[in-house]
Ligand binder design. Structure first.
Ligand code: ADQ
Length: 730
């Protein structure tokens, strides 16, 4: 990873604490820190985040000391006050978003002070990131605490290269919609060029929320927002595989193992390692272990459960309660099954050093990883990597993202305690052959896609996303614009085909003609263009002929209405279409029913087509209705000649052969020296295809197009035409 990178995450890999008045620097617990720290970063990369100690407790010289010490680790601190830590970190991040993202809505707290603080702290992070960002810097923002940062950076630096990765699950729409600030959070993320998730399920849930809450649709995971493209994809996070594999053979680890073996005395070890978090399902796991001993008493004195819980977020009430619950359960189960010289559960509420963790992974016959929800879960992967002897069994919750990759684990529903109890039993009894077979398969998957690959994969997709913004958008460059203007000036016989709505005029909320009158500026531009005797200017639109006639009275201007249904020729409107009465009569009642059931939608009846408009419909309802309507219409249409087309917030039913391509067929037979065609939607694509390859075809927008060039919006179209006019005058 050689590009300059600014990593932005709430916590740094190094945490600062005060012990007996002295500042201490330790590595931070948790999956994000473990994962990103394993990436090899270039020397001028920097990782910015909160060092874990509130700034109110620090003197100026201590802050300097922290900056200097962190600098040695490639980090830079964002200092947060006690209040900010309470409202932003413990509050909005860990008491609102965390429970919701893990499907615990009843634990979520909604508080406006939390939200205010979340915004303020996100701003602080964005500003700090911008201090380090130069033109070719990749900014990689991490996790649910900083969802507003991408948009905040984008506002300051429009062409910034920003990636975002979410380490938690992205919940389904029904959960996400509960968040009072759901729109702002989604808008915040859409500031990024690439948004990564652990699994495709999370990508899908995100895209559903985007369409239902913001009304933005996507094409194969790419969302168009304004004149930008935002890409989404799944990048299942991994671990530093070789570090775990090698560590298990380390001498120090062997020594620790030896000391364990003395205690083991042929006891089977079931291991559980987590941050002490209610999402990890530790109390539920204890219940399952109790059931296991009840059901399979032959394992009393023959199997022990080692529970390692690393303290986490202990200033949040839920976490204090959780610790109490775990400890009560441990002591009750120990009380129930212990003998004088044996207890079934060994419990530690503390972080363990890496060598010891590795020794425990090497020791465990069964690894019990049963979170109630988990974005990925690295512990499961760490266990698999540590099993260099290829034996051991992994019992894994199917609510963890890791379950999608580790299908050779014993997969369980963590809420089904009897299933978990049986899986422990199955793991302990599994034959060596079976264990090796399963373990090797899982190892081959994880070793191939290690943390470094994960990081490289994300960064290379980010580069693609950034380049795509410039390359495949076909944005017309200043040089190409100059050539176009020059060709215009040097030609004598010109054809200019202009779509109306979305090209010359911004969309209005209503399809009624009176709401989309041309502006004075537009009228002037059209007048100047048509005055030039060398120009044949044609407005080619889906509008009704009455609308176009009322908009433009210029005698020299050609008009094509209803996508070619009507052509204004020699002072009168002509058509070649047949009477649509029959198919319209069968389709109209369906559309009327949808209008009645969908507040804000309208039916427009043109001479040769019917259009259902949903621009003013609540986005989530529009999404559902539009999909249902398309299916209904396709089933109802008897004739192959009539098609159902999705336009800009419209569903249009019209004869297939009535299209802009057919409409310009006669026009292109003339020998023109210069052809310019501009349009914004699918109807214009037919026109682009019908024109000679030398024509200047321009799509308005950023979707895939047959046009040779693209411009961002109506303003740019008008600017381009104005430039043609101005330069031609010179
Ligand atoms: P976490 O919720 O922290 O991570 P996880 O992925 O399991 O969960 O990572 C925990 C890390 O902490 C592991 O590397 C583990 O070795 C370490 N650890 C746990 N207990 C420990 C102990 N007692 N002593 C020492 N180390 C301990 C978040 C998301 C996850 C996602 C990761 C990475 O919640 O779903 O997998 O980020 O994206």
């Amino acid at each position: 990873m050689n590009d300059k990178m600014v990593i932005v995450s709430t916590r740094l890999p190094v945490s600062v604490s005060r012990v007996n008045g002295i500042l201490c620097f330790n590595s931070s617990p948790g999956g994000l820190s473990t994962a990103i720290n394993s990436l090899k970063k270039s020397d001028d990369s920097v990782w910015i985040g909160w060092p874990g100690i509130p700034s109110d407790d620090l003197t100026r010289s201590e802050k300097k000391q922290i900056i200097t010490e962190l600098h040695k680790h490639g980090c830079y601190p964002v200092f947060l006050t006690n209040d900010e830590v309470n409202s932003f970190y413990s509050g909005y991040s860990n008491s609102t978003l965390w429970p919701l993202f893990h499907y615990f809505p009843t634990r979520a707290r909604y508080n406006d002070t939390y939200w205010q603080s979340y915004q303020a702290v996100n701003k602080l992070f964005a500003q700090t990131a911008l201090k380090f960002a130069t033109n070719n810097t990749m900014i990689w923002v991490h996790d649910y605490q900083l969802m507003l940062v991408p948009h905040m950076i984008r506002k300051q630096q429009a062409d910034a290269s920003i990636g975002f990765f979410l380490h938690t699950p992205f919940p389904s729409f029904e959960i996400f919609r509960l968040i009072p600030e759901r729109e702002e959070l989604l808008q915040g993320l859409l500031g990024a060029n690439l948004i990564g998730f652990h699994t495709y399920d999370y990508v899908h849930y995100f895209l559903v929320s985007i369409v239902k809450i913001l009304g933005l649709e996507n094409s194969l995971g790419t969302i168009k927002i304004g004149n930008r493209l935002v890409h989404t994809d799944a990048f299942p996070i991994s671990i530093d595989y070789s570090r775990f594999a090698q560590e298990s053979k380390n001498r120090k680890v062997s020594a620790i193992l030896k000391s364990f073996s003395l205690l083991r005395l042929k006891t089977k070890v079931i291991l559980s390692v987590d941050r002490a978090d209610y999402t990890k399902g530790i109390p539920e796991r204890l219940d399952a272990f109790e059931q296991f001993l009840d059901r399979y008493p032959q394992y009393i004195r023959k199997a022990i459960l080692v529970i390692i819980a690393v303290p986490s977020r202990s200033d949040v009430n839920e976490y204090q309660d959780l610790r109490a619950t775990i400890e009560q359960k441990v002591s009750r189960i120990n009380g129930k099954f212990s003998t004088i010289d044996w207890s079934p559960i060994t419990y530690r509420y503390q972080p363990v050093p890496f060598e010891e963790l590795s020794a425990l992974y090497t020791l465990a016959d069964v690894m019990l990883v049963t979170p109630l929800r988990d974005g990925m879960n690295l512990v499961a992967k760490e266990y698999v990597a540590s099993r260099t002897s290829h034996n051991g069994a992994l019992v894994l919750s199917d609510m963890a993202g890791a379950a999608i990759e580790l299908t050779d684990a014993l997969l369980v529903n963590p809420n089904n305690s009897s299933q978990v109890a049986d899986a422990i039993y199955e793991g302990l009894r599994m034959s060596q052959l079976q264990q090796r077979k399963r373990m090797k398969k899982m190892q081959s998957r994880i070793s191939e896609y290690s943390i470094e690959k994960w990081g490289e994969d994300f960064m290379s997709e980010l580069s693609v996303a950034i380049n795509r913004k410039n390359l495949s958008l076909k944005s017309i460059t200043p040089d190409q614009t100059n050539t176009l203007v020059n060709d215009y000036s040097h030609s004598r016989k010109r054809l200019i085909l202009l779509d109306y709505d979305g090209t010359l005029k911004e969309f209005s909320n209503s399809p009624l003609a009176k709401y989309s009158e041309p502006t004075a500026k537009l009228r002037k531009i059209i007048k100047v263009l048509t005055k030039d005797k060398n120009n044949n200017v044609v407005i080619i639109s889906g509008r009704k002929k009455t609308a176009l006639s009322s908009y433009f009275k210029n005698r020299d201007l050609g008009l094509i209405a209803e996508h070619g249904g009507w052509i204004f020729n020699l002072g009168q409107w002509v058509t070649f279409n047949t009477n649509p009465k029959q198919w319209k009569n069968s389709i109209r009642p369906i559309l009327k029913k949808f209008v009645a059931r969908t507040p804000g939608s309208e039916l427009e009846e043109k001479d040769f087509s019917l259009v259902w408009h949903y621009r003013r419909v609540q986005p989530n309802l529009a999404y559902v209705r539009k999909e249902a309507l398309k299916i209904k219409l396709r089933n109802a249409l008897q004739s192959d000649d009539i098609g159902v087309y999705e336009g800009q917030k419209t569903i249009e039913i019209k004869p297939k052969r009535m299209n802009k391509g057919a409409a310009v067929n006669d026009l292109v037979k003339t020998n023109w020296d210069f052809v310019l065609a501009i349009g914004d939607d699918y109807t214009d694509e037919d026109m682009f295809l019908a024109l000679p390859s030398t024509a200047y075809t321009i799509n308005v927008g950023i979707q895939d197009t047959n046009a040779r060039f693209q411009v961002g919006g109506v303003d740019e179209v008008l600017q381009l035409i104005q430039k043609i006019i101005d330069d031609h005058k010179l």
